[in-house]
Ligand binder design. Structure first.
Ligand code: MOS
Length: 743
């Protein structure tokens, strides 16, 4: 890094903003490709059984229909013999579209109709005749533990929760107790951009694939393995993603169908899913949780018991860390954790923003509120009395943990000290006022990532890495980091992403992109800096002759000597003098495992919520939220704040609205549209204040960044539920908290 901090830490507007608001930014279904065919997916109306008959004669008779792909005629690919697992595939066998006659879940794709236009394909789908033999299905999460099982191996990185101490003894040692069942229903990501893939047939099995994804390389690997193609035959491009939230972590079935149809028909093909079909490929799993907590006379936790039962499909063990956080967030000697699954006739769940932690923190943080009341303590004071200065679950120190500061600064901003504890004790006219809090932690990780930095003869820097931008601000923060490293104005830097011809980058997810790609960008710029110095040494009578990299810095588009800033060379002159069109630097950044393994690395937050409840109507308004976050270095307070604002809106949404309503008679989500899947509108959202507490961390990664995509969501829904209790005295443990549950 250079001397100055001109860009890092400064609120910076999105560099991709103009492209987005003018429509120049292209999404997967917006690439105009010559002679394009359109696919329309036919979805199963039954949840379990098999296809007994397909009559496609009427469809094939339609002029403009090119093909009707079903399991009866789909070509056999490599995939059909050895199941390919994508980067975040759970344990089990990934679903194979159009593989056989078996129906495993409602809305399973059963046919792809390819036609000259989307409208024709859709019409054709409406007259395709398919007969099914239905079997009894089960889509209801069991309440009996003996109908559930402990997953063995889940997806990569899944660790079964670890218990410690003796919970039964801890329970007996307590003088204050709470015990409760918590539940929430399935929730769907619902990004605004529907899933779509446009495959451009370049001839001879060479494809250019525009895919909606959070991982261009993951999509590419899937395609090459499934269809037996070489990477250069399957270039995947994904420049913009209209919302991910986890929905694009796995290659979705439209990718398979579009590539299959393109290879078979030797044509360019686009397959777009409808909004209804956006409910057919993964969701935050419905989860039942049981929490029991006990505390002693001081209010110190003596026992924590947290059990979760989540739904999964018949073919994969989708796992997430729901209960593990309960062993880390608070100090407690006796912790008993269990995580179990139940196989249902549904599609496999899928990571959704703060997977596991968002769910777990609902139960844990409502439970903490309940126990605070049982112990006669203010919920904030209760948490401070149970503050964990060390990660007892991993028995490691934290690399940094400024949660106390989150509590302090968040509470001060909110005015928490004015809270009167008794439920129903605060009023605004006839409205009941409630104040509640919650919070949590999220893993701060770094993944191996490559990047390249290239300075051209005009002095323009292009930095690239094959990551994705899902709306979080990746284009912007990478531009800031690069500009900072090489002392260039933001306008002189372009960050390029979303293409498998670029340096390899992991999935955009897990809140690790800022840390992983950011470190790679910094390293690539450092490598370019070395190359520029090398060129400077070669110049006639160079004052840089004996300079080492520590002796120089970059500012105002120049390379300068520390001891004599006037001894400077303009960077573009170095490129011009080199006789080449550009000077480049490349790097692959990996986590420093030796350093990181000795520490527990997490981002933390504390959210404070005010609700106003109409006692006659039961209507709930979240009037104020303060969310204080400790996430290491904040690269761009503007985009960072947007991340946390989005999280707060989502937390309110989880608490009060979001629910994919399953009609168990059909085994189908019934509210599969944006009209009926409720999310907040502007009128539902009021004051939201975001506080970033100062946190320096030299262990987590070289740039000290912990990531912000997920942490802001934690405990927000619980804080809303706790505020509702404070307002009304009514404890609702089944989310969303709708009016009928409150009255
Ligand atoms: Mo996030 S659920 O890893 O996209």
């Amino acid at each position: 890094m250079s001397h100055s901090t001109d860009y890092i830490g400064k609120p910076t507007s999105r560099v991709d903003g103009p492209a987005k608001v003018t429509g120049a930014a292209k999404y997967a279904a917006e690439y105009n490709v010559a002679n394009l065919l359109y696919g329309y997916v036919v979805s199963s109306p039954i949840a379990k059984g098999k296809i007994t008959k397909i009559d496609d004669a009427a469809v094939r008779a339609l002029p403009g229909v090119h093909e009707v792909f079903t399991h009866e005629n789909v070509p056999r690919f490599a995939f059909l013999d050895r199941s390919y697992k994508d980067d975040v595939a759970p344990g089990g066998a990934p679903f194979r579209p159009l593989h056989d006659a078996a129906i495993k879940y409602s809305q399973q794709p059963v046919a792809l109709i390819v036609a000259d236009t989307f409208e024709l394909a859709r019409y054709a789908a409406s007259i395709l005749h398919i007969e099914y033999e239905e079997e009894a299905h089960e889509t209801r999460l069991p309440t009996q533990l003996d109908q559930t099982y402990k997953p063995g191996r889940g997806k990569t990185g899944y660790q079964p929760p670890k218990s410690r101490g003796n919970f039964d003894q801890g329970w007996k040692d307590g003088v204050a107790h709470m015990e409760g069942q918590f539940s929430h229903h399935a929730m769907h990501h619902n990004p605004l951009e529907n899933f779509a893939t446009t495959v451009e047939w370049l001839g001879d099995k060479n494809l250019k694939i525009y895919d909606k994804t959070q991982g261009a390389f993951n999509s590419q690997q899937y395609v090459t393995k499934v269809f037996g193609l070489k990477p250069e035959q399957a270039r995947v491009i994904s420049k913009y993603t209209g919302g991910g939230f986890g929905s694009g972590l796995r290659p979705q079935y439209q990718l398979f169908l579009a590539v299959m149809a393109s290879l078979e028909l030797e044509r360019s093909v686009r397959v777009s899913l409808t909004r209804q079909q956006m409910f057919s490929f993964g969701h935050r799993p419905a989860t039942l949780q049981h929490v029991a907590l006990a505390a002693d006379t001081y209010g110190a936790l003596t026992g924590i018991n947290h059990v979760a039962v989540a739904e999964t499909s018949q073919f994969e063990d989708f796992t997430e860390n729901v209960v593990g956080w309960s062993g880390t967030l608070y100090q407690c000697p006796n912790v008993k954790l269990d995580y179990r699954l139940a196989k249902l006739d549904i599609y496999s769940p899928l990571d959704m923003r703060a997977p596991g932690a968002a769910s777990g923190s609902i139960a844990l943080e409502i439970a903490m509120d309940e126990l605070a009341y049982a112990a006669g303590l203010d919920p904030l004071e209760f948490r401070l009395r149970n503050y964990a200065d060390r990660d007892q679950a991993q028995d490691k120190p934290f690399s940094s943990k400024k949660l106390r500061e989150c509590y302090r600064e968040g509470a001060a901003k909110f005015g928490w000290e004015r809270r009167t504890p008794a439920p129903g004790s605060m009023r605004d006219g006839n409205l009941l006022v409630g104040w509640g809090m919650g919070g949590g932690l999220w893993d701060a990780t770094q993944q191996k990532t490559a990047a390249k930095a290239s300075l051209d003869a005009d002095g323009h820097l292009t930095v690239s890495s094959g990551t994705n931008e899902i709306g979080t601000g990746t284009y912007t923060i990478m531009t800031q980091i690069a500009a900072e490293c090489l002392g260039l104005p933001l306008e002189a830097v372009t960050f390029v992403l979303g293409d498998t011809t670029l340096p390899a980058s992991p999935l955009q997810g897990g809140s690790w992109t800022a840390s992983s790609v950011g470190t790679a960008v910094a390293d690539a710029c450092a490598a370019l800096g070395e190359a520029l110095l090398k060129q400077a040494k070669k110049m006639d009578q160079s004052v840089f002759q004996n300079a080492q990299i520590e002796d120089v810095y970059f500012a105002n588009g120049q390379l300068r000597l520390n001891v004599n800033p006037d001894a400077a060379i303009v960077l573009r002159d170095l490129v011009q003098a080199s006789g080449e069109s550009k000077i480049e630097g490349e790097a692959t950044a990996k986590p420093d495992m030796a350093k990181q393994q000795k520490h527990s690395m997490h981002a933390h937050n504390a959210a404070f919520v005010e609700v106003k409840v109409d006692p006659d109507l039961g209507t709930i308004k979240v009037t104020r939220v303060v969310n204080a976050v400790a996430a290491g270095r904040i690269l761009n307070p503007k985009t960072a704040r947007s991340q946390v604002l989005g999280s707060v809106v989502w937390g309110i949404s989880m608490a009060l609205m979001e629910e994919s309503v399953m009609d168990h008679r059909f085994g189908r989500y019934m509210n599969h549209s944006l009209a009926e899947y409720h999310v907040p509108v502007n009128a539902d959202i009021h004051d939201i204040d975001v506080v970033f507490v100062h946190e320096e961390d030299t262990i987590v990664n070289p740039i000290g960044v912990k990531g912000l995509g997920e942490v802001g969501l934690l405990g927000v829904a619980a804080a809303v539920a706790n505020a509702i209790f404070h307002a009304t005295g009514k404890r609702v443990r089944d989310l969303p908290i709708t009016i009928d549950k409150l009255l």
